[in-house]
Design a binder for this molecule. Structure first.
Ligand SMILES: [Zn+2]
Length: 370
C-alpha cells in the first residue's frame, strides 16, 4: 500500500481572522453561499458579510437546518446551483461544516470551512459524518478532496462554551496514540494508504502541545480570552488533530468512542469526551507505554475535565453484560481495533474498559490526597 498524506489547500488561524474572509474567499471565487445556523449568524454574521461584500463578492445566505443529513446536503447543493455560487462557506460546528463539504462536492464548487468551536476534526478533513433525521449516526463518507480554505478565528473559539474546547482536546489527545498504533500495525489511514512520517510527526506534535499548554489554554478559554496557549491548542485541536487522524489513522480510542452513543446514558457527551474515555481504554489495552506516561495522560484528562471513569460517562456500575456489546463490535470485522500490532478480542476490550475505569478512579483518588 502507498503512503498517502492529504490536507486542506490553505489554513488560516488568528484573532479576528474572519475579518479577512473577503480577501481569502475572493481568491477562490466570486459568488459565495454562506451556510450557518441563526445562533452562529448572530455571533459572526455581521463581520463575515461585511468582509465578503467589501471584497466585491456576491453573497447568498442559507440557514442550516441543524443536522448533516443527506437530504440537507442535497438541499444546500440545489441552493448552490440556483444562485450559481462558485464557493460554499460553512460557518459553525462540525455538522454545518460536514454539510457544506458534502454540498460543495455534489455541486462541484470550492469549499471553505470556518469552525466556531474547536471541538472536532471536521474543518480540515475530506469527510462528512452522516446522521439520519432522528440524529442517529449513519457512518462517514470521504469526498476525495479536503477543503480549499480553513479559516479559524481564535477569538470566536475562545468565546464558545469551554466544554467544546475540552472535547476538542479529548479528540486531539487520541491522535498520536492511535496513529502510532496504526503505524506499528502497518494499518491503513483514512486517506487511502498508510501513514507518512510527516503525519506521525504532526500527530506527536499535537500530543506534546496538549500536554504542555492544554491546561493553560482551558483556563484562558474559561475567561473567554485568547493567549499564546489558546492559539497553540486551537492549532492542535483543529489542524494537527485533523491532519493526524486522517493521514495517520485511528484505532481503539475512536472505536470505543464510536460505540458509546448506542448507550442512552451517554447522549449528553460530545464526540471528544467519548474519545477521551477511549484513550484511557486504549492505554489499558496496550501495555507498550511506561506507567509514568500513562499516569501523566490520565492526570491530564482529569485536570482539564475529560471523562476517565464509567461514572464520568454516565454509566456508573455498568456490568460486564452491557460492556460485552462494545467488545463484540470492537472485535468484529472491519473494526479500527485491527490497527494494533496484536489481535484484539472482545474480552480484551471489556477488560480494558473495566481497567480504564479502575485506573481513572485511582488517579482521581490520588489527586484528592495531594
Ligand atoms: Zn474524532
Amino acid at each position: 500500500m502507498n503512503k498517502v498524506f492529504i490536507a486542506p489547500r490553505r489554513y488560516v488561524q488568528g484573532r479576528h481572522a474572519l475579518n479577512e474572509a473577503g480577501a481569502l474567499v475572493g481568491a477562490l471565487g466570486k459568488r459565495v453561499l454562506t451556510l450557518w445556523d441563526s445562533q452562529v449568524k448572530a455571533i459572526v454574521g455581521e463581520a463575515v458579510l461585511a468582509s465578503l461584500k467589501a471584497a466585491g463578492l456576491a453573497v447568498e445566505d442559507a440557514a442550516f437546518a441543524g443536522d448533516s443529513t443527506r437530504a440537507e446536503a442535497a438541499r444546500v447543493a440545489r441552493l448552490i446551483q440556483a444562485c450559481k455560487a462558485d464557493v460554499i462557506m460553512g460557518v459553525g460546528g462540525g455538522k454545518t461544516l460536514d454539510t457544506a463539504k458534502a454540498a460543495g462536492a455534489a455541486a462541484g464548487v470550492k469549499v471553505v470551512t470556518c469552525p466556531t468551536v474547536a471541538s472536532n476534526d471536521s474543518p480540515t478533513s475530506s469527510y462528512t459524518v452522516w446522521y439520519d433525521e432522528q440524529g442517529n449516526c449513519l457512518g462517514f463518507e470521504s469526498w476525495g478532496v479536503n477543503p480549499d480554505l480553513v479559516l479559524v478565528d481564535t477569538q470566536v473559539i475562545a468565546q464558545a462554551p469551554v466544554r467544546t474546547f475540552v472535547a476538542g482536546m479529548g479528540d486531539a489527545l487520541a491522535t498520536w496514540l492511535e496513529a502510532e498504533a496504526c503505524f506499528k500495525a502497518r494499518g491503513p489511514n483514512l486517506a487511502g494508504g498508510t501513514a507518512t512520517l510527516a503525519a506521525l510527526a504532526l500527530a506527536r506534535l499535537c500530543y506534546d502541545i496538549l500536554m504542555e499548554s492544554g491546561l493553560d489554554a482551558k483556563r484562558a478559554v474559561e475567561r473567554k480570552i485568547v493567549t499564546p496557549a489558546v492559539e497553540k491548542v486551537v492549532e492542535a485541536n483543529v489542524l494537527l488533530s485533523g491532519l493526524g487522524f486522517e493521514s495517520g489513522g485511528c484505532s481503539t480510542a475512536h472505536m470505543v468512542a464510536n460505540c458509546l452513543p448506542s448507550f442512552p446514558e451517554c447522549h449528553g457527551l460530545m464526540h471528544g469526551h467519548e474519545v477521551g474515555f477511549g484513550v484511557i481504554t486504549q492505554l489499558c489495552l496496550d501495555d507498550d507505554m511506561p506507567v509514568e506516561r500513562v499516569h501523566r495522560i490520565v492526570d491530564f484528562e482529569i485536570a482539564v475535565g475529560l471523562p476517565v471513569t464509567f461514572a464520568d460517562i454516565g454509566l456508573p456500575k455498568v456490568g460486564r453484560d452491557r460492556l460485552a456489546r462494545i467488545g463484540e463490535i470492537c472485535a468484529g470485522p472491519g473494526s479500527l481495533c485491527e490497527n494494533h500490532p496484536f489481535t484484539v478480542t472482545a474480552d480484551d476490550i471489556v477488560n480494558a474498559l473495566i481497567a480504564a475505569d479502575a485506573l481513572g478512579e485511582e488517579r482521581k483518588a490520588a489527586r484528592k490526597t495531594l
